[in-house]
Write a protein that binds this ligand. Sequence first.
Ligand SMILES: Nc1nc2c([nH]c(=O)n2[C@@H]2O[C@H](COP(=O)(O)OP(=O)(O)OP(=O)(O)O)[C@@H](O)[C@H]2O)c(=O)[nH]1
Length: 142
Amino acid sequence: MAQKIINVSAGIIIKDDQVLICQRREAHHKGAWEFPGGKIELNESHQEALKRELNEELSINCEIGQHFHSVFYKLNISTQLNLHAYLIKSFIGTPKCLVHSKILWITLQELSYYNFLPADLPLVENLLNRHKKEPVKTGSKR
Ligand SMILES: Nc1nc2c([nH]c(=O)n2[C@@H]2O[C@H](COP(=O)(O)OP(=O)(O)OP(=O)(O)O)[C@@H](O)[C@H]2O)c(=O)[nH]1
């Protein structure tokens, strides 16, 4: 059976040692937490998609930084999710909650208290581990 691949870009936005997390509103995985972002459209780079999604979801204009982590997660027998997370170097504007039920700034240590989507767990783990070794910095608000 041909595999359907869903490519998604997500942004790790850190400011003043806090990271921005979003709670899903849609019926599917309603209430679960994720990083802002969304599906990469045809002919878009990961970065272009992320810049567009962060503008649509949070009304901020971002400079995308380094690749952070990619997760390849099997959603079901025929569908795979490729989730590509990038650090956000800087952003203009104050994030607004336009499509999620809630957005929150939390410390990296608090990440373990939130119920993230299953594909995000390696990302959360990576953020927690890296933070223990050396605080993750993504730049500052412009
Ligand atoms: N944005 C985002 N999506 C994630 C994360 N983790 C994860 O499994 N996903 C999944 O990736 C998919 C992204 O879809 P989306 O609905 O947010 O993106 P979109 O706005 O482009 O979709 P739409 O226009 O079809 O509604 C969803 O199936 C979502 O459950 C994450 O951390 N951030």
